[in-house]
Design a protein around this ligand. Structure first.
Ligand code: NAP
Ligand code: F7E
Length: 358
């Protein structure tokens, strides 16, 4: 893979993706490369290689790699952003980089704001300094966490915001930074207000992946029990591959606008766990209430799931369900995965990986 200075051969459109090593970064990069883009990515220096997701979706021997170029940088480092923007001179910029874990944002609120709020401002400054304000199309990874303590259900582009975490508050600053740059400087900038989207590449400490990984490991005898937090929380879960397609479509509209992407269905954490365990052949029966609630293997009576308050949040977002009618109508966005297909793919992938590893 090209790191920094070595430029890939010139092709059609050029994109710069921050957060390229994350779940969405990997799916988006594959899609853009398939469409013939030259893709530049901002990558952090890590003590261990952090390109495993890219490697999984775009194998090292794929010819697509020839149009991929990585630049070391960080959203907390203005000069590195300017260098990446000037070097890539992108037609499209997708800002996906973030400290994206809501629970962790309560532990590192200052850092979360530096990256998720001020980082976006730094990136816009880099775009303006590089003289790209008139030409660039800028996508900002906004989030359903903006709705937080929801004013109505389902939530759409007109629903008022009430964020409930340092993450949500930082993303609110970012949301308005996008609007301000659109209005003040005429930059083509959009907010994708995306509801939860998952995949086999999802980080292992987000609820869906934590569950599918544990279900696979328990079925294979590699783990005894899964401990979770709030089983009642309800989320609108879709597949990352569908959502990155929506991001791309947002930048094809004639005028910049903000869009919700969501499946329109909500499920509880408890339901997600039940279905994931069912898919590895374990039927769960629930007993008890609150922190005493247990998920029990119907066949053996063994406790497979329990509650641990360490996973509760100081302020919870109880229910998110989105209405993506605007994106469907104006962008023609049509997700291919439904809820069961998503859980199925995630469980299968974890079963396969875990069967092949010690
Ligand atoms: P993710 O898997 O956690 O990836 C986050 C990416 O940001 C990683 O590449 C990470 O790099 C990078 N990053 C973190 N801090 C950085 C910094 N200081 N400078 C530069 N890069 C940094 O997140 P995701 O699920 O793909 O989500 C992508 C974006 O969409 C995020 O902004 C997230 O907040 C937002 N979002 C996600 C969802 C969802 O359900 N997935 C929904 C709505 C919005 P490392 O690999 O080095 O850690
Ligand atoms: O939690 C509950 C938890 O961490 C979902 C990010 O991508 O989506 C994501 O944020 C729910 C919450 O995602 C555990 O309390 C119960 O109610 O998977 P999550 P999130 O907080 O919804 C939004 C849209 C983003 O923008 C974010 O970047 O599950 N829950 N027990 C748990 N959650 C975790 N992580 N771990 C548990 O043990």
């Amino acid at each position: 893979m090209n790191i920094s200075k070595q430029k890939p051969p010139k092709s059609g459109r050029r994109a710069l993706v921050t957060g390229i090593t994350g779940q969405d970064g990997a799916y988006l990069t594959r899609r853009l490369l398939e469409l013939g883009y030259e893709v530049h990515g901002l990558i952090r220096r890590c003590s261990v290689p952090n390109t495993s997701r890219l490697d999984r979706l775009i194998p090292p021997d794929s010819p697509l790699r020839e149009r991929l170029c990585l630049h070391f940088g960080d959203l907390t480092d203005s000069a590195s952003l300017l260098r990446a923007v000037e070097s890539a001179r992108p037609d499209e910029l997708y800002n996906l980089a973030a400290q994206s874990h809501v629970r962790v944002s309560f532990d590192v609120p200052d850092y979360t704001a530096e990256v998720d709020a001020l980082g976006v401002l730094r990136l816009f400054e880099a775009v303006r300094t590089a003289g790209l304000a008139e030409k660039i199309r800028f996508y900002q990874a906004s989030t359903s966490e903006l709705f937080g303590k929801v004013a109505e259900t389902p939530q759409n582009e007109k629903t008022p915001f009430h964020p409930r975490s340092p993450y949500g508050v930082a993303k609110l600053f970012a949301f308005w930074t996008v609007l301000n740059h659109r209005e003040a400087y005429g930059i083509y900038a959009v907010n994708g207000i995306l509801f939860n989207h998952e995949s086999p590449l999802r980080g292992e400490n987000f609820i869906t992946r934590k569950i599918t990984l544990a279900a696979a490991r328990i079925a294979l005898g590699k783990q005894d029990r899964l401990t979770l937090g709030n089983l009642d929380a309800r989320r609108d879960w879709g597949h990352a591959a569908d959502y990155v397609e929506g991001m791309r479509l947002m930048l094809t509209a004639e005028t910049p606008d903000d869009y919700v992407l969501a499946s329109g269905e909500d499920h509880s954490v408890r339901q997600f766990a039940e279905i994931a365990f069912e898919k590895v052949g374990l039927a769960i029966r629930w007993e008890g209430k609150g922190i005493e609630e247990k998920g029990i293997d119907q066949k053996t009576g063994r406790v497979l799931i329990s509650v641990d308050p360490q996973f509760f949040r100081p302020a919870e977002v109880d229910l998110l369900r989105g209405d993506a009618a605007k994106a469907r109508k104006k962008l023609g966005w049509t997700p291919r995965y439904d809820f069961r297909a998503l859980v199925d793919e995630m469980v299968r992938a974890d079963l396969k990986n875990e069967s092949n590893s010690p």
